[in-house]
Design a protein around this ligand. Structure first.
Ligand SMILES: Nc1nc2c(ncn2[C@@H]2O[C@H](COP(=O)(O)OP(=O)(O)OP(=O)(O)O)[C@@H](O)[C@H]2O)c(=O)[nH]1
Length: 796
């Protein structure tokens, strides 16, 4: 409710020379300051009141405040009876206000009461106030309360009050003081200021009440803690918890609830809900808007060539590049970069000339699906080999079409049928056998069949209707990057969407920079590169990682900020293990419904065991989780296996094999769970137990050291002795030993003896030679590696 304080009452409250101030005087003040009132009944606004108070204060200044009180207290006229009732000084309070407002208490003291001695004193002072004009002009400006020490005057005032009054206690006394203060300056500004302050207080309280009644607007993010929600709604935690319970949600203050729940509660509690959208620097900086269909234009396909070592990948790429060089082009291909574009019957095709499938996996690892078609090269005289299988599995995981090129068809030993037969084992059934896989016999040496292969590539690409929008800022992937001593960081980029222009600011992973110069595969300078065009650029601040996404951005400063943020996140991620798949938390992930497929990579010593492990593991599938062996091959666990595991969230099961050094390092870095077994039964049991959440105590292998067998000799009565050199760590008598040949476990067990020359010793350190014999194993060969380790139980 608004308090009405009509103009005439304001005037009445300001006495002048013992008389009410004429309403006209107040009207004049307001008119003078741009607020002409309509009539004397008009209620004054807060601002108008301020103007009046200010004016009257300014125009009723005094020289010395002490003189005011001095005059009052020593005025002989002060003892004369009061000419008018104290009522005149106080404007009538609206009833509602009088009812409950504590702040109005000082005024209550002024309502007519039986006169005590004190009141008589007060009355005397009040009488003394409406005095000759000189005194009326004396205004105590209490606005700057710091400069006016009213207590000083109160002390004097108190000498007038009787003991009884003093005995009433502090509060009463305080009220008395206030009343005195007001009475003391009744005609003038002191009183007016008090009034003004009270008015302002009242207004503030009213505004607060109105604000309280208005619905509180709450911003709610995707998830919010109950306590935080309560504070945003300006409610107590208990109220919110109660409301949640009413709605069937049991949550404590620290618990997180989702937006929907929070919104229901907030609305029920009378709040207006707004969704809080948190925009990250990345979202602000990088334009990820979907392209409209009408903005899309056809783009060249990006093709990757994969296959086993020596099956002819490089030869094929070289042949295509050279055969498709436009005649008369000066110098042909002068500069070799990791990707190039050629024209096949007028359609451009981009080839990635990356070192095999590893870069391909690395790119996929970062979600950069940069290739559209994979050419799988298989030598007609060799057949499907381990890396061929890996390539197939990588392409399948990336969900890109595979075109098989059976190479070396010029060789007399070429046997394409055998290869087609082998392909069917990997679900690649050739078209001519009724399947869907395009198989092209070629010779990278003679060029036979390569035109047909390229036609098939273009055809397959056409089927995919590859499109991009060249009219936006560029986005793509880093194919490769290196540091050049003279030119600084050099990166080969493949633009996937938009157009990259010279001078663009780009951000790639944690590297940022400006494109200073761009060249194509032929070393020609470019000023811009559209979709599917590979370019080499200089100008980055540091070397980006192969496979990193890059974006051309508008704000370099913000890009640098984002890079700092990414670096910080990387640091944090490195120090805390990421939520990768591991047998330990397999059960909880299954329970949480996060795990529908358990991807497994199987590596074994022989094909037979690999197949057996694969089949047994797949049989473990149940209603909740399907065990999928995504890659199964013979040989040591390689870095490529770990990469595949990283990208597909798989665990690696090694059967009688060990990881090589790179794989070990990579697995540790990427938190890939690798499990080695010697018995199929153990592998099955452990994974089954993990799926049921009943994993037996885990033993961690603590590596002690490695020794290389430099020569082998027979000692009668002892058997075969391995003459070893300790490469790193140490060999220990009581340790378990494992004999590896090309990273395949040949023997695993206790050792019979560890000797330095003729002495039996407890341990031999790195850099020393020693003799080792095994209890039940004689088949030791030069070049074998002996690993010493201990098994320690890991607490969970
Ligand atoms: N006869 C014949 N030899 C070929 C053909 N293609 C490649 N070669 C030969 O096979 C060998 C290996 O070829 P590369 O192109 O280096 O094979 P790659 O797959 O790139 O090998 P890496 O780069 O080591 O993985 C080379 O000696 C080539 O000359 C072919 O079609 N016919």
């Amino acid at each position: 409710m608004m308090i009405k304080y009509p103009l005439h009452k304001v005037a009445k409250d300001f006495k002048k020379g013992g008389k009410d101030l004429p309403s006209k005087a107040v009207m004049d003040i307001l008119t003078q300051y741009g607020h002409p009132p309509k009539n004397h009944m008009q209620p004054l606004t807060d601002e108008e009141l301020s103007i009046v108070f200010e004016y009257l204060t300014q125009n009723n200044q005094i020289d010395s405040i002490e003189s005011v009180y001095a005059d009052i207290y020593h005025d002989p006229d002060a003892k004369k009876p009061a000419p008018s009732a104290p009522k005149a000084e106080v404007r009538e309070q609206p009833k509602a206000e009088q009812k409950g407002q504590q702040a109005a208490q000082p005024q209550q003291g002024r309502q007519p009461q039986p006169q005590s001695q004190t009141q008589q004193h007060q009355a005397k002072q009040q009488q003394s106030a409406p005095r000759p004009t000189t005194r009326e002009k004396k205004v105590v400006d209490t606005r700057g309360s710091g400069t006016v020490n009213l207590d000083k005057y109160d002390e004097r005032l108190e000498s007038f009050t009787d003991q009884k009054q003093q005995d009433r206690g502090g509060k009463q006394k305080f009220q008395g003081r206030n009343a005195q203060r007001q009475r003391g300056g009744k005609q003038a500004g002191s009183f007016g200021n008090k009034r003004k302050q009270e008015e302002q207080d009242r207004m503030r309280r009213l505004q607060l009440e109105i604000a309280k009644k208005a619905p509180v607007k709450v911003l709610i993010p995707d998830e919010i803690a109950v306590g935080e929600l309560a504070s945003r709604m300006k409610k107590t935690g208990a109220e919110v918890v109660k409301c949640l319970m009413k709605n069937g949600v049991m949550a404590s203050l620290s618990e997180i609830i989702d937006f929907d729940t929070a919104a229901i509660i907030a609305e029920e509690m009378g709040c207006k809900v707004e969704k809080e959208v948190i925009v990250t620097i990345e979202e602000k900086l990088i334009d990820t808007a979907e392209d409209k269909a009408e903005d899309l234009e056809p783009r060249a396909p990006v093709v990757v060539v994969m296959g086993h070592v020596d099956h002819g990948k490089t030869s094929l790429l070289d042949y295509i590049r050279n055969a498709n060089v436009v005649s008369g082009e000066a110098g042909g291909i002068t500069q070799h970069i990791g990707a190039y574009q050629v024209e096949v019957k007028g359609s451009p095709v981009t080839f990635l000339d990356t070192p095999g499938h590893e870069a391909f996996t690395a790119m996929r690892a970062r979600g950069a699906m940069i290739t559209d078609v994979a050419i799988l090269v298989v030598a007609a005289d060799d057949g499907i080999m381990p890396q061929t299988v890996e390539s197939i599995n990588h392409a399948k995981a990336a969900e890109i079409p595979i075109i098989v090129a059976i190479n070396k068809m010029d060789k007399p030993t070429a046997n394409p049928d055998r290869i087609m037969q082998q392909l069917t084992e990997y679900e690649l059934v050739p078209e001519e056998w009724g399947g869907e896989t395009i198989v092209c016999p070629i010779s990278a040496k003679t060029g036979m069949g390569i035109d047909n292969l390229l036609d098939m590539v273009v055809l397959t690409a056409e089927m995919r209707e590859l499109k991009a929008n060249p009219n936006r800022s560029a986005h793509g992937a880093v194919i490769e990057a290196r540091l050049d001593k003279g030119r600084g960081p050099i990166a080969t980029l493949l633009v996937q969407n938009g157009t990259l222009k010279q001078g663009d600011v780009i951000i790639a992973g944690t590297a940022v920079g400006r494109v200073r110069a761009m060249t194509d595969a032929k070393g020609r300078k470019l000023t811009e590169a559209g979709p599917s065009v590979p370019v080499e650029i200089i100008g980055m601040g540091e070397v980006p990682g192969a496979g990193d996404d890059f974006h051309a951005v508008a704000d370099e400063r913000m890009a640098r900020e984002l890079v700092e943020q990414r670096k910080h996140e990387q640091k944090n991620a490195a120090s805390s293990p990421v939520g990768k798949v591991s047998l330990e938390d397999l059960f909880s992930q299954i329970q949480a419904g996060e795990m529908k497929n358990l991807n497994v990579i199987v590596k074994a010593d022989v094909q037979g065991s690999a197949e057996a492990v694969k089949a047994s593991l797949e049989k473990l599938s149940n209603e909740e989780v399907r065990v999928r062996v995504i890659h199964c091959a013979v040989g040591a666990i390689s870095e490529s296996d770990v990469m595949l595991a990283t990208t597909s969230g798989a665990i690696i099961v090694g059967f009688n094999v060990r990881p090589d050094a790179n794989a070990k390092e990579n697995a540790a870095r990427n938190h890939v769970d690798m499990r080695m077994y010697r018995v199929i039964y153990d592998a099955i049991n452990e994974i089954e137990a993990a799926m049921k959440g009943m994993l037996a105590p885990k033993f961690k292998e603590v590596e002690l050291g490695r020794a290389e067998v430099r020569n082998v000799f027979r000692i009668t009565g002892v058997g075969m002795v391995a003459g070893c050199y300790v490469l790193d760590g140490k060999m220990q008598r009581n340790a378990q030993m494992r004999l590896l040949r090309d990273n395949i476990v040949i023997y695993d067990g206790a050792i019979a003896s560890l000797q330095r020359f003729k002495d039996s010793v407890k341990e031999v350190a790195a850099g020393y030679e020693c003799g080792i014999t095994f209890e039940k194993f004689q088949d030791i060969k030069e070049g074998d590696v002996i690993e010493a380790f201990l098994m320690e139980e890991v607490e969970r």
